[in-house]
Ligand binder design. Sequence first.
Ligand SMILES: Nc1ncnc2c1ncn2[C@@H]1O[C@H](COP(=O)(O)OP(=O)(O)O)[C@@H](O)[C@H]1O
Ligand SMILES: [Mg+2]
Length: 271
Amino acid sequence: MGEIISIVSQKGGVGKTTTVVNLGAGLAALGNRVLLIDFDPQAQIASSFKFSKYDIRSDVSELLLKKSKLKDAIHPAGVENLFFIPGIFLSTNEDILGKITTENNKQLVALMKQVKLQFDYILIDCPPSLGDVSANVLKVSDSVIVPVQCEYYALATVRKVLQLIRDIKKNHNPKLIYRGFLITMVDLRSKLSRFVLERLRYTLKELVFDTMIPRNIRLAEVPMFGKPVQFIDNNSRGARSYSDLAKEILNQDGTIESSSSKIPFKNAENF
Ligand SMILES: Nc1ncnc2c1ncn2[C@@H]1O[C@H](COP(=O)(O)OP(=O)(O)O)[C@@H](O)[C@H]1O
Ligand SMILES: [Mg+2]
């Protein structure tokens, strides 16, 4: 049975889509079947693999509206073991996903059940807000990754995410766990980066992944090349960081099996 991991953040530009694509490739390279689902109205996953709307057979909204079959919505990403369901390509109405995920909740639940039978990891790219879509997706997820850009206001945005996840866990989905907070765009040469890093680690403690994602130009080149960073330059710091993150997640799996408490939630309760 696969695991549904939502990549959630209140803000745009923090590295959500970059994480979905390159962590997905990292997990796939370790022999897992991986599906990426795009719930962000900006729908950038398909273009990260150089797919245009002419290459898309069906998208996530058609699927939830039962206008298409799952097999038509799943597209191979051109990388072994890696597949994706495109975001809304066929509608210009950005609010449609909020409406669909709320009103077609049964389809959303059914879709998640189906994909969990076919894939080991399902990574979901959420919109840059904590609105209906992110909340509805969290209600049907097993775990969550929160990318946090290493900048001064990082902590303020983190509190809102913690609040939303606590609420979802309490009222809708008690099994939801943190995979972790992922600190992105780190530049250890900068005093500000080191300061923010220290504050985040002090506040969030073991909820923060050991792996950090550096600011690295190869990662910004992913949409230009249309392939994950590991296939642009596998030795770059960007590629190595996402491959390390994939390994860290698999290692967490090891500890999950031997521990009933899973990933600690206790720190989150303090917020
Ligand atoms: N670690 C990184 N180093 C350099 N550029 C990055 C990094 N992560 C993301 N980017 C670039 O920053 C921009 C925002 O990243 P993106 O993943 O699209 O964020 P989000 O999905 O949260 O809006 C994109 O242009 C992306 O290529
Ligand atoms: Mg994005």
